[in-house]
Design a protein around this ligand. Structure first.
Ligand SMILES: C=CC1=C(C)c2cc3[nH]c(cc4nc(cc5[nH]c(cc1n2)c(C)c5CCC(=O)O)C(CCC(=O)O)=C4C)c(C)c3C=C
Ligand SMILES: [Fe+2]
Ligand SMILES: [Fe+2]
Length: 339
């Protein structure tokens, strides 16, 4: 059997123009694992309401962060792919769950190189229905339809792997060297609370309260909230952060349903109002810098903090194509290839 790897990230519009942003958001938000309501209601909400107004605002935000080479998320993912390619002996393709770099194209690229066994690698440290699960489901759909003889194995969420925690902790430490900060905020992309309950395989564990995510349970294999809290706990332990000098929050909520709390924007506001002068922020739900880190955190978050009287606001980049991260992923791939 010939093995190959398909890295999969979220995706971005083809350009920061409202037409392309609308097309991209239409595909993204019509995914039943992203907006998880019945089809008719989803179509009404997405096509009848969200796509009438949001593309213009989102396009303006994308314009602020767009690079000459393209969307930061795509450019960074390609750089990561290129560096991994140099370290492993098997073909490595890259796809996006939404947009033009489809999973079908990625699998075809591998199959055209003679690959018949694929390691599907969702580039998300934590499991979520709206990220990992939708990639697995889509890849299986495509396999059945176009490549029935292809074998696909997937990489599970790696949030608690000690080598990942080490690479993340070292990166945070390096980026904070010489910086003044009294508080480190771990900000993760949010999800509606309902998503957490839906992914609870025990159907009764996740109460989204102070306790469930720290009480051992097999539900945690698929609990995004638990996995985020664990990343914070493990990094804090590794970096010997003092209780009270760090906290966790959730960003990027959409709509009126309750999402995971506390919300990042309100947390920054509260920290600033409380007299905090210098803070740092890290975003471990994303492996590549993107709209949500470069605009929502580095620009909007900073503005909120300064409005509240804060001074230094240090944003720690995602792992991107950091050499230690490249080595980590390449090692995992090589171990899979040689097993
Ligand atoms: C119901 C809506 C959304 C859910 C659930 C959701 C989960 C989720 N998303 C990411 C990672 C990214 N999201 C990004 C952008 C983005 N996300 C949503 C909505 C939901 N995300 C929207 C509408 C957008 C588009 C931008 C906007 O209009 O604000 C991005 C950035 C993409 C880019 O091109 O840079 C990422 C990455 C995770 C990890 C996650 C659940 C854990
Ligand atoms: Fe998102
Ligand atoms: Fe929980």
């Amino acid at each position: 059997m010939k093995k190959g790897v398909l890295l999969v990230n979220l995706g971005s519009p083809d350009s920061p123009n409202p037409k392309d942003v609308k097309k991209y958001l239409g595909e993204f938000l019509m995914d039943e694992r992203v907006i998880d309501i019945p089809y008719a209601a989803r179509a009404l909400l997405v096509r009848g309401i969200i796509l009438k107004t949001r593309p213009k605002a989102s396009a303006a935000a994308y314009k602020k962060i767009w690079w000459e080479e393209g969307s930061p998320l795509i450019v960074i993912s390609k750089r990561l792919q290129d560096k991994i390619k140099k370290q492993v002996d098997i073909p490595v393709a890259l796809a996006m769950r939404y947009g033009s770099m489809t999973i079908e194209k990625g699998l075809r690229e591998l199959v055209d190189q003679g690959v018949d066994e694929v390691l599907l690698f969702p580039l998300y440290p934590q499991f979520a229905m709206a990220t990992t699960e939708t990639i697995l489901v889509k890849a299986e759909e495509i396999r059945k339809m176009h490549f029935p003889n292809l074998k696909i194995e997937s990489v599970p969420a790696f949030y608690n792997k000690s080598d990942y925690i080490e690479v993340l902790s070292n990166s945070i430490k390096r980026h904070l060297e010489g910086k003044t900060y009294e508080h480190l905020l771990f900000s993760y992309h949010g999800v509606p609370e309902r998503h957490i309950r839906k992914s609870d395989i025990t159907k009764s564990h996740c109460k989204i309260n102070g306790n469930c995510c720290v009480t051992p349970s097999k539900a945690h294999e698929f609990c995004y909230r638990h996995q985020c809290l664990e990343v914070t706990r493990l990094v804090a332990e590794k970096l010997q952060l003092q209780e009270g000098a760090y906290s966790t929050s959730f960003q990027s909520r959409l709509g009126f349903d309750p999402w995971l709390q506390p919300y990042t924007d309100r947390t920054i506001e509260r920290l600033g109002k409380g007299g905090l002068k210098n803070m740092a922020i890290v975003t471990p739900a994303f492996v590549s810098d993107c709209l949500e880190t470069l605009e929502e955190i580095a620009m909007e978050g900073q503005e909120i903090f300064h409005e509240m009287g804060g001074h230094e606001f240090t944003t720690i980049p995602c792992l991107n194509d950091d050499d230690d991260f490249v080595n980590l992923l390449s090692n995992w791939i090589t171990n899979w290839n040689t097993k």
